[in-house]
Design a binder for this molecule. Structure first.
Ligand code: PLP
Length: 430
């Protein structure tokens, strides 16, 4: 599929029809295993001399279509579907950083990623150094010779200030440090590889799935990073891997294209940690992708209308939306979010925590859930839920104040969205 247009790629990339039945919809290959032609075929597959299906823990034909489609949409070379967005974030880092290594991450992260980085990766011997992304040079200052990656979210909630992708990627590239971008909140709106990122991760659970039915994640390899040219900086890809007959990943798969990073993740981490995506969920994510472009347009328009409405409401102390940012944040918004400012919108009520709780409890159409990115409108109070495992200082660093409400604005008619917000604001003020 040669198109560059996301609307077209989302429907056509990676699939035309089933070879044996001519089925047009991507079949759900609900199988664990694949019959090898003979022993030579089997051993070639295991030795990566030939690419093909071995076992669904590490690859599956339904998941393969999803992987190709998202790689095409992001402008990358290959992708790896996994069981959740969390698994994608963890494996994207573990693929490069080992015991004694570190990465530098933005403070503006989803609470689950913050926990993964501050606690679980730390327990595994990987240090995560958090820096404020409003100063890209903070990434350079936190770097030492054990730094293996930079990590950030494109449009992090709750702050909703877009990350300076090109500025930070340009600091890392000459040092051999790739930028990993979590693009969950801005699929189709921002293509991080075009700004110099080397790896993209998504929680598929959100906008890409779009219907609140399935948990999944994906890692996309930009194929644009010189791993071999930075051998000392990236030992995981440039030293023999004892778990794969001493393969040196930057060399071993050269003949298959610039896919060293993603092949290693697939055949070592996914093989060993086993966070596989089910083929059924891959099928549902493919369904979601088909309407993603339409939905993102509606999310962006509705969210902007909600931000404008909240900005004029007397009970609202502050609106957090990319359109309300000023100074450098506004400049980065204009630079990166020209295609749309996303479906998220936050605000703070003048009445603080108690008003926030009353507002949530009064909502009639918005669902009160932990997710974002559904076609339906969603709301939550992060301080008591998604970010509750962080202490108050950590909450403040990620932008969660006690009275903050996060909205994921859906694709319902805007009049119904505003009517539900208006009645809940009245109830909170009463
Ligand atoms: N990244 C971001 C930006 C998220 O918002 C989330 C979940 O809320 C995740 C990653 C984790 O994804 P999952 O819930 O699919 O594990």
């Amino acid at each position: 599929m040669s198109s560059k247009h996301p609307e077209t790629l989302a429907l056509h990339a990676g699939w035309r029809r089933d070879q044996s039945t001519t089925a047009v919809a991507v079949p759900i290959y609900q199988t664990t295993s694949y019959q090898f032609n003979d022993t030579e075929h089997a051993s070639n597959l295991f030795a990566l001399k030939e690419l093909g299906n071995i076992y669904t823990r590490i690859m599956n034909p339904t998941t393969d279509v999803l992987e190709q489609r998202i790689a095409a949409l992001e402008g990358g070379v290959a992708a790896l579907g996994v069981g959740s967005g969390q698994a994608a974030s963890a494996m994207a880092v573990q693929n490069l950083a080992r015991v004694g290594d570190n990465i530098v991450a933005s403070t503006d992260l989803y609470g689950g990623t913050w926990n993964l980085f501050a606690n679980t990766l730390k327990d595994q011997g990987i240090e995560v150094r958090f820096v404020d992304p409003s100063d890209p040079q903070a990434f350079a200052r936190a770097t030492d010779d054990k730094t293996r990656a930079y990590y950030a979210e494109t449009l992090p909630n709750p702050k909703l200030r877009v990350f300076p992708i090109a500025e930070v990627a340009a600091i890392g590239r000459p040092l051999g440090i790739p930028l990993i971008m979590d693009n969950t909140a801005a699929p189709l709106l921002v293509r991080p590889f075009e700004h110099g990122a080397a790896v993209v991760v998504h929680s598929l659970t959100k906008f890409i799935g779009g219907h609140g039915t399935s948990i999944g994640g994906i890692i996309v390899d930009g194929g644009n990073f010189d791993w071999e040219g930075h051998a000392a900086r990236q030992p995981a890809l440039n030293t023999p891997d004892p778990s794969y007959h001493g393969a040196v990943w930057s060399q071993a798969v050269k003949g298959l294209g610039p896919i060293a990073y993603i092949i290693k993740a697939r055949v070592t981490l996914l093989r060993d940690l086993g966070a596989a995506l089910s083929p059924f969920n891959a099928f549902l994510f493919i369904q979601g992708l088909e309407t993603l472009a339409l939905r993102m347009r509606a999310h962006c328009a509705n969210s902007r209308a909600v931000a404008d409405f909240l900005g004029t409401h007397p009970a609202v102390a502050r609106v957090i939306h990319p359109s309300t940012l000023t100074g450098q944040d506004a400049a980065w918004t204009a630079k990166y979010l020209a295609a749309g400012q996303g479906g998220l919108c936050g605000f703070e009520l003048k009445g603080g925590v108690e008003a926030g709780k009353a507002f949530i409890n009064a909502l009639k159409m918005f669902y009160h859930v932990a997710n974002i990115g559904d076609a339906r409108s969603l709301a939550i109070h992060p301080a008591s839920t998604t970010h509750s495992q962080l202490n108050q200082a950590e909450q403040a660093a990620t932008g969660v104040s006690p009275g903050y409400i996060r909205l994921s604005v859906g694709i319902e008619h805007i009049d119904d969205i505003l009517a539900d917000l208006a009645q809940a604001l009245d109830a909170a003020a009463a």
